[in-house]
Write a protein that binds this ligand. Structure first.
Ligand code: UT7
Length: 325
């Protein structure tokens, strides 16, 4: 049966120039390269300049994705930006990106699901495209988490970084089988009972400030492997694939030990997992498209590759997307 699928036409990414290594971190807080590498796998992160906004990173990533897709921005009718660090409280950063790309039709809006934002945004775009409401979408994950970090809290400031990635999606007729190109299934979940484990202690509607990120890392960690494995298994059951049939796992990059835990639980070959967190830390909603971009540039993503993306973040929110490149 012919169906419409959201085919991923391209990926692009952008990282701020300034790199902050673990050695640089040691000048700011009481930490060590050994602790950070051993507990997280992170060696460096990119930090945006004062005048570099989330939208600037998202615009650069989107432009690269559009060029690679060979699609004129005026043919895009949906822009979704997943971010927890918007330029301003409003308008949406997606609208700023839309404007910079010269797009004046369709819709643009932000999605707030923190580190799961890109998975949520892909899911939303996929449903709009499958419903026939829009034809071509840019889905961006862009963050300047350095702006909401407490640089006195060694338990959090060493973990995060800034960056952006973007994909171009196009509605295309496919056959309705799991051999199709495009997004094959999506799973998104949330559970607000865990909101106090990972949150920002400010906001326009409460403190009238931006606030700082607060996390009970140990508790988040405890939930992560189980919740992430759960949605991966759901995505596999929905499509009938076995874990070893997936060509590439592109996870949210929070902690190497979480990735290792998922590898062990699902019995996945470690070399099928894209790991980029050593170079840019946890970039929240940007981490999956940054990892996708890395895999693309390393020629690990071929047309027809089966790709599983997953994430978990504040809320808690979590989810998975299975797509054929
Ligand atoms: O993307 C959103 C989702 N977020 C995550 O997935 C994060 C999940 N959690 C984690 O990745 C880990 O829990 C952390 C990396 C945040 C922490 O690792 P941990 O093994 O859970 O360490 P811990 O928080 O239990 O702290 C162990 C010790 C503590 O010292 P004491 O109390 O045992 O003396 C901390 O004070 O490590 C200390 N510590 C540090 N030491 C050196 C905490 N941060 C640092 C640091 N450098 N940066």
């Amino acid at each position: 049966m012919a169906v419409i699928r959201s085919v991923i036409r391209s990926v692009g990414a952008h990282l701020p120039k300034r790199v902050m290594t673990n050695a640089d971190m040691m000048k700011i807080v009481d930490t060590s390269d050994e602790w950070i590498v051993e507990r997280t796998g992170i060696r460096a992160r990119h930090i945006a300049d004062e005048d570099e906004k989330t939208s600037d990173l998202g615009i650069a990533a989107s432009k690269q994705a559009l060029v690679r897709a060979g699609i004129d921005p005026i043919d895009i009718d949906l822009v979704i930006c997943a971010t927890a660090t918007p330029d301003r409280t409003f308008p949406a950063t997606a609208v700023t990106i839309q404007r910079a790309l010269g797009i004046t039709k369709g819709a643009a809006f932000d999605v707030q699901a923190v580190c799961s934002g890109f998975v949520y945004a892909l899911t939303i775009a996929d449903n709009f495209l499958k419903a026939g409401q829009f034809k071509r979408a840019i889905v961006v994950g862009a963050e300047t988490f350095s702006r909401i970090l407490d640089w006195n809290d060694r338990g959090t400031c060493v973990l995060f970084g800034d960056g952006a990635g973007a994909v171009v999606l196009e509605a295309q007729p496919q056959h309705g089988t799991t051999e199709d190109r495009g997004i094959l299934t999506t799973v998104i979940r949330s559970d607000g009972r865990f909101e106090d484990l990972l949150y920002v202690d400010g906001g326009p509607g409460s403190t009238k400030t931006v606030g700082h990120l607060r996390m009970n890392g140990r508790e988040v960690f405890r939930h992560a492997v189980q919740k992430i494995s759960g949605v991966i298994e759901e995505a596999l059951v929905m499509t009938g694939f076995a874990p070893d049939e997936i060509d590439l796992y592109v996870p949210h990059q929070a902690n190497k030990r979480i990735l290792d835990g998922v590898v062990k639980k699902l019995g996945v070959e470690p070399d099928k997992i894209v790991v980029t967190l050593d170079r840019h830390g946890n970039t929240s909603a940007a981490s999956i498209p940054l990892a996708l971009n890395h895999a693309f540039e390393a020629h690990k993503l071929q047309e027809g590759s089966l790709v599983l993306m997953e994430a978990m973040g504040g809320g808690f929110t979590w989810g998975a997307v299975l797509a054929r490149w």
